[in-house]
Every structure is written in structure tokens, then in C-alpha cells.
Design a binder for this molecule. Structure first.
Ligand code: HEM
Length: 457
């Protein structure tokens, strides 16, 4: 047998090489009728494009959208990632086919590592755990009430605190971001823990620092997902998981008091709702400590960083467009003439201000590619096959800059949101919160409340 193998080694080698080449050619996206994309190399796919200096997802994906049009395939190693750059196609994929595109990809190595060590929370869960965690989050938000008076009171309190700090620093330059992060995190904190932190609280400042470190990596594009050898020497995902762990540990300390004072007859907030769920049905393992803490991290991450960053951009555009700022201010003065604080019910009267918020969300979407969606069955989109096992992203950045939807998209122009009757129209053209009946969140309501209230005098 050994002699036979040695004698025929060349033939065997050629056979193996031909089989591998055949397998590679037949797995190319073009051969499988998948959307077009850059030519992939064996094993690494298109990953090397991301390894070039200065290239990030934010520079690469818009460039590929410009080259390939409405939809393209990017191979992260051997894992197909489909970017949808057209609003009608996103609607078709995430709304019409939402039954098979609403889960998160859990088969990636890094996601599995996250699941084992820090839990999946709301953003990465699927099935029953996702439904339960999401129900608790939404109930906490609704009962404490995005749009209801108590929530408005919380937001107004934060605005007052922010203004106090701004008044103190007067004309000296200072970094607004930490201040906005504290204010928006406090709004989330009242939903989650039923209370706010003092801005000076060092524990709070530490929590926010850790949170911002825990959001800085896009786990799906790390090479250890598709190159097993890299897992031994690159520890990029470990830094990320360590930050999540530290944050989670910190949240554990904050939870201790809460668990002691839990009263099933007086449900105060997200934590109480989750504890109640856990106690009423021990089979709901996803409410165990680790995952519950992860869901809390999600609420802070998804809720405060996004809102604070958008507020920061809003202030940036106001400062750089004094005419627009003056028009906003005039509208606010007219509607809130007596100097009272703005409420959600003022929204319909603050048309120009709302148009400014929509325009900021358009030009600076904080989640430029949304969150990943896992494809559970093959389906057809724009004549192409989107195969089971691939991951889809809505290219929100490209859609928000599509000249067919927004003329002169590079221009910051709030008036583009007005119809002929002077009313704000076309809110559905803004897909900065993504789309779809399942993963779609209540952001629209809560964020617009928060943003418009920020304008209060
Ligand atoms: C400027 C503000 C915000 C923007 C632009 C934004 C955008 C997004 C986007 C694009 C997604 C992905 C949806 C998808 O999978 O297709 C998302 C998910 C999510 N957002 Fe927001 N968001 C904002 C504020 C908030 C706030 C204030 C909260 C909570 C208080 C929040 C909580 C969440 C959660 C928990 C998810 C995951 C939903 C799930 O997986 O089921 N977001 N957001």
C-alpha cells in the first residue's frame, strides 16, 4: 500500500489539487448565483481587503456598494456576508422575508465564545430567550413609558443636569461626549435599575468607560472566526470579551441591592421584571445571572452610546449651520414661549426641529450597517440566490446617501423632510433604525423624545 502511494504520489497530488480547485471554483459566489462581489482568495476570502492600512468597514463597504450596485457579497473567510444597499431590497429581505432573516448569526466562533463567557443578551439571542428578554425590555420601557410622563420627567431631569454643567463651564471649551453619555445612560438606568447616578459618581464613570470599550469591535469580521490557527496567537476578541466581563461584574455589584429589596408586589424596573420572570419559571435559564447582566449591558450599549453620539452630531450640525440653528431656536421659542420644558406631545408642532433630527440620523447613522441577520433558508433577492447560512446587513449608510431617495445627499438639508403641505413626510425613508417586524425596536419613539427634549431652553 505504502509502495503504491509512493509510486503514484504525483498522480494523487494532482488529483487532490484538482478536487480542491474544483471545490473552490464551485463555491465561488458567482458560481452559486450569489450577488457579485470582489474576487475571493481561498481560505481568507476577501478578508485581506480589510487588512490594508487605513481600510475599515466604513471605507470599504461604501466603495464596494458604489462598484457593485444594489447588493454585493463579501467573503469573510469562507463565510458569505451580503450587503444590501437598496431600500426596496432591504424591505423585501427584512420585512417580506422576515420569517427567515430575523435571527442573529450564532455559528461564528467569536459569538460562541461571547455566549459561553458573557451570555448573549437581547441583541445576540434567538428564539424563546430573545422573545422573553425583549418582552421584559419593552415592558420596562413602556411601563416606565417612553412617551409617558414619568419617562419624560426622567429625560427632563437629565437635561436640567446637563445644562447646569454647561452653565458652570461657561465659554471654556470642553468635551461634551462624556456629559451626553452620562445623561443618556441615566435615562437607561432609570428603566433598568429604577434610579439615576450622580454625574460625579466615580462608579458610574467607570461603568461608562468600560461600556465604551466593550462596543468597539465588530465581532463578525475578526479573523479567528475563519482561521482556527489565529485563535492561538491573536487575542483581539479576548480584549473585547474582557471588557464585557468587567462591565458585567460591575453590573453584578449594582444588582446585589436590588435582589435584596425585590418585592413581587412592587415591580419597579427591568431588573425586577427579569427577577420575577426567573422566579416564576426556573426553566427560563436565559434569566440566569450572567445573561441577565448581558441584557443590561445591551440596554446601555444599544441605548446610550447611540443616543449620545447622535446628540453630539446634532450639536455639531447646529454649530456649523447657524441659520438652521436660528430657525430651530425660533420654532422652539414659539412653541415653548413660556420657557416650559418640551414634552413628547409638542413633537407635531416642532416640525422643523424634527426634520433636523431626521436629517442628522440620515447623515450620521450610528449603526451604519445595522446589526447582522442570519439567513435560515435559501431565498431569491434581486434575481440572486441568498444562501442559507449567510449573513445579511442593511447598508444603511449607502441607503441614506442614495441620490434617488435624497437629492444632493451630501447636503445637510432638513427641508428635504417636508412635503408640499408643509408637514414632515417620508419618515419611512429614514432607515437608521433598520427594518423588519421582528428585530425592529422601539427606538423611533424613545430616541425622538430624547433628541427633541435636548433642545429645551
Ligand atoms: C440614535 C439612536 C438609535 C439608533 C440609530 C438605533 C439603531 C438600531 C439598529 C440599526 C438596530 C438593529 C436592528 C436590526 O437588527 O436590524 C438596533 C437594535 C437595537 N436597539 Fe437601537 N438604536 C438607537 C437607540 C436605541 C435606544 C434608545 C435603545 C434602548 C433604550 C435601543 C435598543 C436597541 C436594542 C435592544 C436592539 C436590539 C434589538 C434586537 O436584537 O431584538 N436602541 N438599534
Amino acid at each position: 500500500m505504502v509502495d503504491y502511494l509512493l509510486e503514484n504520489s504525483t498522480t494523487i497530488l494532482i488529483f487532490v489539487a484538482t478536487a480542491l480547485l474544483g471545490w473552490y471554483i464551485f463555491s465561488l459566489p458567482g458560481m452559486r448565483n450569489m450577488p457579485p462581489g470582489p474576487f475571493p482568495l481561498p481560505v481568507v476570502g476577501n478578508f485581506l481587503m480589510l487588512a490594508q492600512p487605513g481600510v475599515t468597514l466604513l471605507t470599504l463597504f461604501p466603495a464596494l456598494a458604489a462598484k457593485y450596485g444594489k447588493i454585493f457579497t463579501f467573503l469573510a473567510g469562507n463565510k458569505p456576508v451580503i450587503l444590501i444597499n437598496d431600500v426596496t431590497l432591504v424591505k423585501e429581505a427584512f420585512v417580506k422575508r422576515g420569517d427567515i432573516t430575523s435571527n442573529r448569526p450564532q455559528h461564528y466562533y467569536v459569538i460562541q465564545k461571547i455566549a459561553d463567557q458573557v451570555g448573549l443578551g437581547v441583541t445576540l439571542s434567538n428564539g424563546q430567550p430573545w422573545k422573553d428578554l425583549r418582552r421584559v425590555s419593552i415592558t420596562a420601557m413602556r411601563d416606565l413609558g417612553a412617551g409617558r410622563r414619568s419617562m419624560e420627567g426622567n429625560i427632563q431631569e437629565e437635561v436640567t443636569e446637563v445644562l447646569k454643567v454647561i452653565e458652570k463651564v461657561k465659554d471654556s471649551p470642553f468635551d461634551l461626549k462624556p456629559l451626553l453619555m452620562m445623561a443618556t445612560s441615566n435615562v437607561i438606568s432609570t428603566i433598568v435599575f429604577g434610579s439615576r447616578f450622580e454625574f460625579e459618581d466615580t462608579k458610574f464613570q467607570l461603568l461608562l468607560q468600560q461600556l465604551s470599550q466593550a462596543t468597539s469591535v465588530n465581532a463578525l469580521f475578526l479573523p479567528s472566526n475563519f482561521l482556527p490557527l489565529v485563535r492561538y496567537f491573536s487575542k483581539e476578541e479576548d480584549h473585547f470579551i474582557t471588557s464585557l466581563k468587567t462591565t458585567s461584574k460591575h453590573i453584578k455589584e449594582l444588582l446585589a441591592d436590588h435582589e435584596e429589596s425585590f418585592d413581587p408586589h412592587n415591580i419597579r424596573d427591568f431588573v425586577d421584571l427579569a427577577l420575577q420572570m426567573r422566579r416564576s419559571d426556573p426553566k427560563r435559564r436565559h434569566f440566569e445571572d450572567l445573561n441577565m447582566r448581558r441584557a443590561i449591558v445591551d440596554m446601555f450599549n444599544a441605548g446610550s452610546e447611540t443616543t449620545a453620539t447622535t446628540l453630539q452630531w446634532l450639536l455639531f450640525y447646529m454649530a456649523n449651520n447657524p441659520d438652521i440653528q436660528a430657525r430651530c431656536q425660533a420654532e422652539i421659542d414659539e412653541v415653548l414661549g413660556d420657557g416650559r420644558k418640551v414634552t413628547y406631545s409638542d413633537r407635531d408642532k416642532l416640525k422643523y426641529t424634527e426634520a433636523c433630527v431626521l436629517e442628522v440620523l440620515r447623515v450620521r447613522p450610528v449603526a451604519p450597517f445595522g446589526f447582522p441577520r442570519y439567513v435560515e433558508e435559501d431565498f431569491k433577492l434581486h434575481g440572486y440566490t441568498i444562501p442559507k447560512g449567510s449573513v445579511c446587513f442593511a447598508n444603511i449608510l449607502a441607503i441614506n446617501n442614495d441620490p434617488e431617495l435624497f437629492s444632493k445627499p451630501e447636503k445637510f438639508d432638513p427641508t428635504r423632510w417636508f412635503g408640499d403641505n408643509g408637514e414632515v413626510t417620508g419618515r419611512d425613508r429614514s432607515i437608521s433604525f433598520s427594518m423588519g417586524q421582528y428585530r425592529y425596536w422601539q427606538d423611533g419613539l424613545s430616541i425622538k423624545t430624547t433628541l427633541s427634549i435636548k433642545f429645551a431652553k
